[in-house]
Ligand binder design. Structure first.
Ligand code: SF4
Ligand code: SF4
Length: 85
């Protein structure tokens, strides 16, 4: 089989590849400022924000630290801080 550079050989494998160590900034959620609007969950390109028991949480195994959630949160409940390696 000839494989083109950059080609996706098999689909549906993203859960096998934890991408959290790509991060140089980390989003931190202040639950007391969160209004549970769901914007961050909808906008996260990595599907790394989840609702659990009515509270939003960030899955750091897959968050790449892009900062979209912090930028889009209407209450500034998410802050980006430097990642400690
Ligand atoms: S966007 Fe902000 S207020 Fe809305 S659910 Fe996310 S953290 Fe909470
Ligand atoms: S920083 Fe980016 S990847 Fe991480 S939770 Fe926020 S939107 Fe998702």
């Amino acid at each position: 089989m000839k494989i083109t550079k950059g080609a996706v050989v098999t689909g549906g494998t993203s859960l096998e590849y934890k991408t959290g160590d790509w991060r140089d900034q980390k989003p931190v959620l202040n639950q007391s400022w969160c209004k549970a609007c769901g914007v961050c969950e909808e906008d996260c390109p990595d599907g790394a924000i989840h609702v659990e028991d009515g509270a939003f949480s960030i899955d750091y195994d897959f968050c790449k630290g892009c900062g979209i959630c912090a930028r889009e949160c209407p209450t500034e409940a998410i802050q980006m801080i430097p990642e400690e390696k």
